[in-house]
Design a protein around this ligand. Structure first.
Ligand code: 13P
Length: 341
C-alpha cells in the first residue's frame, strides 16, 4: 500500500492550528477507575460514557482543542441520545484520535525498565479504527530514570516499537503521535533529565528514520525536561523552557510539524506556565509548541463533576477554562492572573 501524504497532511494541519492543543481522554479502564475513585465515582460503563460525553459536548471546546485521544471503548460508545461519541467531537470541529498501544510490560533482563506492546495485528486494528472515525493515533513508551537506568537496550527497544507503530499508522492513513515519556518519578536533577531526554529522542528519531516514517506527517508528544518530582531543586518555567528547547533543538528535526507536550503529573497551573514559557519567542522555533494533556486538563473537571449530573455545567466550565488558558499558553499570552478570571 502506498502512503497518502495528502490525507495525513490535512489531519496534521487541523491538529496544529495555533492556539489549540489536544485533550488526552484515552485512559484505559483501570486508569479511569483510579481517577474516578479519587472523586468517589463508581467506574461503570455508564459513568465512563456520561463523563466522556460531558467532556466532548463542552460548549465552545473546539476553540482551543483541535483533537481528542480516545480509548477503544469510547470510540465505539454512543451518547444517551444515541450519537456516536466521536461524532460529538467532529460536530465541534475536533479531530477524533485513538490510543493503540496495549500498555507496558517489564523488559526481561532489565529490572525497573519497561517496553510497550501492541504491534501484532496493529494494521488491522487501525483500519477498523479509521472506519469508526479515528484520524490519528497514539502510542506511549515509558522511560524510567534511576540508578543505572535507562539502559541503551531499553531505549532502543522502545524507540524501535514507536517507529514500527508510526510507520504502520501512516500506511493506514492515520497520523501517529509518537510519545516517548521520560518519567518525572525520582529525585534526578534537571541536568539528568536533559541528558536522558536527549538520548531518548535521538534514538527515537534514528528509529523513525530507519523505518521510513514521514516526519512531516507525525506529531511528537514528549515530556518536558524537568527535574524529578522528588528532586530538592525544582525549576522555574523559564528554566524548564530553556532546558527543553535546548535539548529539542539538538535532536528533533525541523520537519516535525508539532510538539504536543504531555503533563506527566505536573499540576494544572505549572503545566500551563511551562508551556507558556516555551512559547515566548516561539517564532524562533521550527515546530508548533502545544499541549496534549490528560491530567492537567481533566483534574479540575473530575473534581467539579463527582459523578453528579447536576454538576455537568460547572464541570464543563472547568474544562473550558483550562483549555482556554492552555490555548493562551500556546501563544505565550498566559499570565498567572488569568487563573482567577
Ligand atoms: P498526562 O498529561 O496526564 O501525562 O497524560 C497524557 C497522556 O496521554 C499520557 O499517555
Amino acid at each position: 500500500m502506498s502512503i497518502s501524504l495528502e490525507k495525513l497532511e490535512q489531519t496534521v494541519a487541523e491538529l496544529t492550528v495555533r492556539g489549540k492543543g489536544i485533550l488526552a481522554a484515552d485512559e484505559s479502564t483501570p486508569t479511569i477507575e483510579k481517577r474516578f475513585k479519587a472523586v468517589n465515582v463508581t467506574c461503570t460503563v455508564e459513568a465512563r460514557r456520561d463523563y466522556r460525553e460531558l467532556l466532548f459536548s463542552t460548549p465552545g471546546l473546539g476553540a482551543f482543542i483541535s483533537g481528542v485521544i480516545l480509548f477503544d471503548e469510547t470510540l465505539k460508545q454512543k451518547s444517551v441520545t444515541d450519537v456516536a461519541l466521536p461524532q460529538l467531537l467532529a460536530a465541534q470541529g475536533i479531530v477524533p484520535g485513538i490510543k493503540v498501544d496495549m500498555g507496558t510490560v517489564p523488559l526481561p533482563g532489565f529490572p525497573g525498565e519497561k517496553v510497550t506492546q501492541g504491534l501484532d495485528g496493529l494494521a488491522l486494528r487501525l483500519s477498523e479504527y479509521g472506519k469508526l472515525g479515528a484520524r490519528f493515533a497514539k502510542w506511549r513508551a515509558v522511560i524510567a530514570v534511576g540508578a543505572g537506568i535507562p539502559t541503551h537496550p531499553a531505549i532502543a527497544a522502545n524507540a524501535h516499537a514507536l517507529a514500527r507503530y508510526a510507520a504502520i499508522c501512516q500506511e493506514q492513513g492515520l497520523v501517529p503521535i509518537v510519545e516517548p515519556e521520560v518519567l518525572m518519578d525520582g529525585d534526578h536533577t534537571l541536568e539528568t533529565s536533559a541528558h536522558v531526554s536527549e538520548e531518548v529522542l535521538h534514538a527515537v528519531f534514528d528509529a523513525l528514520y530507519q523505518q521510513r516514517v514521514a516526519l512531516e506527517c507525525m506529531l511528537l508528544k514528549p515530556s518536558m525536561v524537568t527535574p524529578g518530582s522528588a528532586c530538592p531543586t525544582q525549576a522555574t518555567p523559564q528554566q524548564v523552557a530553556l532546558a527543553t528547547l535546548t535539548c529539542f533543538r539538538r535532536v528533533v528535526p525541523a520537519a516535525v510539524p508539532g510538539i504536543n507536550f504531555l503533563s506527566g503529573g505536573q499540576t494544572e497551573s505549572v503545566a500551563t506556565a511551562n508551556l507558556n514559557a516555551m512559547n515566548i519567542g516561539a517564532e524562533r522555533q521550527p515546530w508548533a509548541l502545544s499541549f496534549s494533556y490528560g491530567r492537567a486538563l481533566q483534574a479540575p473537571v473530575l473534581k467539579a463533576w463527582r459523578g453528579e449530573s447536576a454538576n455537568k455545567m460547572i464541570a464543563q466550565q472547568a474544562l473550558y477554562q483550562r483549555a482556554q488558558l492552555n490555548g493562551a499558553a500556546c501563544q505565550g499570552r498566559y499570565t498567572a492572573a488569568m487563573e482567577n478570571t
